[in-house]
Design a protein. Structure first.
Length: 308
């Protein structure tokens, strides 16, 4: 029985309306309730009674923030408006990450571009310190013109398979509601899979050594300061208990279907409309997949042999 990390780009798709309820009614929550600034303090501006945060970046610094708590499961979302005009070299990141050297991480990285050219969304999956699983998708809308909801659904389901009880992790990433990536749990094939308690983080930083055209297109500081805006700070998550040996072990209560809506059957797999949308994105908008990069991987990694 397979279970998946699903990375979603979400426009309103038939069959996905119910999923958006948790992410559309969150703009009234203030930043300080669940988040704290971690760096670039003088590059952070709070407005609208703390319901909107602006991160800015110039030559001196960018900025970032994180959730006050770590979580073991949840339906996490932020509404983000990306830097406009010429944003080449600028990276806006939103991700979940654990602590420690052998960390787990699930990334949204929005890679800026020259004015008039589309943003690229890069996703990556780290498990037990191993990453290098990049996929890149061109955005087919203007993410600088308005706020869009970017969400990560992370849950754990208990199932019975071959008369043995098994816990199955499931990660889903949403952007207004179209799935763009599926990463199945293939621990049986020796593939590491994210399972540690993680914090929610966001940042704005200079990535011109790699972010645009492989680093050939540099940041034009004449357009600084670059500004990314965030709303929707309500967190639907199960707070995890981090034990003393720094293993980030998740509290088992976070897997309950009775206590947490994101663990229920409705959130376990793509429906038919989502699957069609997912296939459309892969066909028409994905422009890089590590699974097909033979210069990096002459033999595809084992998880690539089990694509949906």
């Amino acid at each position: 029985m397979a279970f998946s990390v699903l990375i979603y780009f979400v426009f309103l798709v038939l069959g996905c309306r119910g999923l958006m309820v948790a992410s559309q009614n969150t703009d009234n929550t203030s930043f300080d309730q669940s988040y704290q600034v971690t760096w670039g303090f003088d590059h952070v501006l709070s407005s609208n009674q703390g319901r909107e945060i602006q991160l800015s970046m110039d030559k001196s610094s960018g900025a970032g923030f994180e959730s006050k708590l770590s979580y073991g499961s949840g339906f996490f979302n932020l509404r983000i408006k990306l830097p406009d005009r010429d944003s080449a070299g600028v990276v806006t990141a939103y991700y979940l990450t654990s602590i420690g050297d052998k960390h787990d991480e699930l990334d949204f990285e929005f890679l800026g571009n020259r004015e008039g050219k589309p943003y690229t969304l890069q996703t990556n999956v780290f498990a037990n310190g191993h990453g290098n699983r990049e996929q890149r998708t061109l955005l087919w809308f203007d993410p600088t013109a308005d706020y869009h909801t970017y969400a990560i659904l992370w849950n754990l389901h208990q199932i019975v398979y071959k008369e043995k009880s098994m816990y199955l992790w499931d990660f889903r990433f949403f952007v207004d509601n179209i799935p763009i990536r599926v990463f199945k749990n293939n621990t049986s094939k020796g593939v590491d899979y994210p399972s540690k308690a993680m914090k929610i983080e966001a940042s704005l930083w200079d990535g011109d050594s790699w972010a645009t055209d492989g680093g050939r297109t540099k940041t034009d500081w004449a357009y600084a300061p670059f500004k990314a805006r965030f709303r929707g700070f309500h967190v639907d998550g199960c707070s995890a208990q981090i034990n003393n040996n720094n293993s980030n072990k998740v509290n088992g209560d976070c897997y309950s279907e009775n206590n947490y809506f994101w663990n229920t059957r409705k959130y376990q797999r793509l429906d038919s409309d989502q699957r069609r949308a997912y296939e459309n994105v892969r066909k028409n908008y994905m422009n890089y997949d590590y699974c097909t990069d033979r210069s990096r991987y002459p033999t595809p990694p084992p998880e690539c042999l089990d694509q949906p």
